[in-house]
Design a protein around this ligand. Structure first.
Ligand code: PMV
Length: 344
């Protein structure tokens, strides 16, 4: 299964490459019941995107004395520890200690609330699984990806995806499952980029601070199952208005919870707020669109495909919006050829 070059194989190198897309949660994940295993306090539901991607190659090479990680052509020692931890999971399953060189590229800004860790770690697991001939099932790939970065569990699959909270302490029942193909209800997402800086407070730190200090943590956990039931029904029925209402509710509730932490977590800037108002005004005027926002300042406007051009034009006019990216819903993570790695 591994995509090994003849010369590389002869030199003892086992390598493969994969592509994965970010996913955007409509019913949010926020809070960990086990930090080491990335087990969530709540289930969540997401959509996988199409035209934003991470492409990653992994080369297990006996000649290496340590793991190496390059992001967009540059060594990234800050992220190396996380990448190495993820490689350790694959190595433990394969029963090998061979170090690896990982090269990754994103066609969108990293670490700014566009779910680059979700696509990044999903791609790493898919490529690593192939390079080491592990034959992991999709369920196992989702669990491995979850352990590297929670929301990466969902980027193993395309379209509409649900990540089950699970009950077991070892996390063996906390994985994502595909709910509905992208083609069955091909919504679009218009991302308004309002900052290209890396966010100051990562999601793990934010979640832990929230769990420790936010007075709304219990209410958040208690309300999630109801939100999931409503969202599942809306997706099955292709009921846009119902999905809009419950998704905005989940997003605002997650941010309310985080805002009430001490010190409060404020992921939005002025343009983020203006975009939210603009989306609400569009919806009030009959345009099928709603917003969702993760642990960063970007606004993701989810809309019916025929509304995407108008939504993009409206968000582009909002002061402080630097860029607008439009995408459909995308497929599952998958293997690619090594020569597809270059940024298109
Ligand atoms: O997977 P993480 O640790 O990057 O956390 C993701 C958290 C949110 O994006 C805010 C919500 C979600 O469900 O993706």
């Amino acid at each position: 299964m591994s995509v090994a070059l003849t010369g590389a194989a002869a030199a003892g190198i086992r390598q493969a490459a994969a592509q994965a897309q970010p996913n955007i949660a409509l019913i949010k994940y926020w809070g960990k019941r086990d930090v080491a295993l990335n087990l969530p306090v709540v289930g969540s539901l997401s959509i996988t995107l199409d035209s934003l991607w991470t492409r990653t190659s992994v080369q297990f090479d006996a000649a290496l004395s340590q793991d190496e990680f390059l992001l967009d052509g540059r060594r990234d020692d800050a992220q190396l520890r996380r990448v190495a931890k993820c490689l350790d999971l694959l190595r433990a399953r394969a029963g090998t200690h061979v170090r690896a060189r990982v090269e990754s590229s994103n066609n969108f800004p990293t670490g700014a609330g566009l779910a680059s860790s979700a696509s990044g770690f999903a791609a790493l697991i898919v490529a690593g699984n192939a390079a080491l001939d592990l034959d992991l099932s999709l369920a196992e790939q989702s669990i491995f990806a979850r352990r590297c970065s929670g929301s990466a569990a969902r980027s193993i699959f395309g379209g509409y995806v649900e990540w089950t909270r699970g009950k077991r302490d070892d996390g063996s029942d906390s994985l994502a499952n595909p709910m509905l193909d992208a083609s069955a209800w091909p919504l679009h997402v218009v991302v308004a980029i309002t900052s290209k800086r890396e966010k100051a407070i990562g999601s793990t730190e934010g979640m832990n601070r929230t769990a420790d200090t936010s007075p709304y943590q219990r209410a958040w956990i208690d309300g999630q199952e109801t939100d999931l039931v409503i969202a599942r029904a809306a997706i099955q029925a292709h009921d846009f208005e119902k999905l809009a209402d419950i998704s905005e509710h989940s997003c605002l509730k997650m941010h309310a919870l985080a805002l009430a932490a001490q010190p409060g977590l404020l992921y939005w800037n002025a343009a983020t707020m203006d975009c939210m108002h603009r989306v609400r005004a569009l919806r009030a005027s009959g345009v099928p669109v709603f917003f969702t926002i993760d642990a960063g300042p970007q606004v993701k406007a989810v809309c019916e495909p025929q509304a995407a051009a108008a939504v993009a034009a409206a968000l582009r006019e909002v002061p402080g919006v630097l860029d607008v990216v439009e995408t459909g819903l995308g497929p599952a993570a998958r293997l690619i050829e090594l020569d597809e790695l270059a940024v298109a």
